[in-house]
Design a protein around this ligand. Sequence first.
Ligand SMILES: O=C(O)CCC(=O)C(=O)O
Length: 267
Amino acid sequence: MFIDPPLSKPGEMTEMDCFLFECFGYILIEDVLSPEECAEALEATKRLHAGHPKERLLQIGRGFEKEPALERLIDHPAVLPKIRALYGDRFVLQAAWCTIQPAGSQSVGWHQDGSGVTEFREVGYPVPLLQLRASYNLTDQSHLYMGNMMMIPGSHKSKVEMPESARHEIYASPIQHIITCKPGAVLIFHNGVWHSPMPNNMNFDRYNMHYIYSPPWLRRSDREATDPEFLARTTPRRRALMGDHERPDTPFGGGGYPAIPFDDPWE
Ligand SMILES: O=C(O)CCC(=O)C(=O)O
C-alpha cells in the first residue's frame, strides 16, 4: 500500500509526533545522518559483519563498544529527545543490533518485538511499550525490495494477532505499509507493531542499525554486562544509558538508579 509515512523532524517530539506515534505506532525521521556520518556508520557495520555468513538476516549486538561511529548513535540529538518524550527520564539501551539483509536474500517473518518466552502482549492490553526501537537505515531503501521495513500501522493496539498463515507472506495484509527512505533516515517504532523485513532483491547488502531502549529493569538482550573499558572511556550520558548498575537490584528499587545527564553537551 502506498501511504505517506508519519513523518517527523529531528529533535524535539512535537504534539503532532505524539499523535502520529499513538495512531501508527511509529514515526519516520528523514535526513538524521549526513552522507558522511552514514558512510562512516556503514563501514563500521560492514567491519562487524566481516567473516560472518551472508545468507539471510543476521543481527550482531554491542558493536558500539568497538566502533565510535556506532557509539555516537546511542544518544543522537535527533532521536534521544523523542525517546525521552515517550519514556520519561529513566530508560536504558537494552540492545543495539547491527542487522544485515544480504543481497538477493529474504527473511520475511511478521512479528511483534519482545520475548518469545513471555510475549509482551501477554503482559497486558494494549501491549506495553517495553522496547522502543530507533532503526537507522544505512543503505538505500528508497524503492521496494531493498530490504525495507514493512509495518502494519496501528497494530500495536490490535488484540487480534496476525494470522499464522500470513506471517511469511510479503503482502500479508491490505493495510501494510512499506517504508521507503534514503540512507540516514531513522524509523522509531513501538515493540507492539507487527513488522517484517521486505526481501532484498538488490545486488548489495542492506544494513540497518537498531537501537532498542527499554525501562531500566528489563533484561538486556545483546549483552549481560557492558565492556568495562567502554564504560570507562565513554561519555557520562552513554554510561548512564548502558544500564550497568553498581547494585543490580537498583533498577527495581529506584532510589539508586543514576539520572541520565540529558543536558550534557552533544558530541
Ligand atoms: O532489520 C530488519 O529488517 C528487521 C529486524 C527485526 O524485525 C527485528 O529485529 O525484530
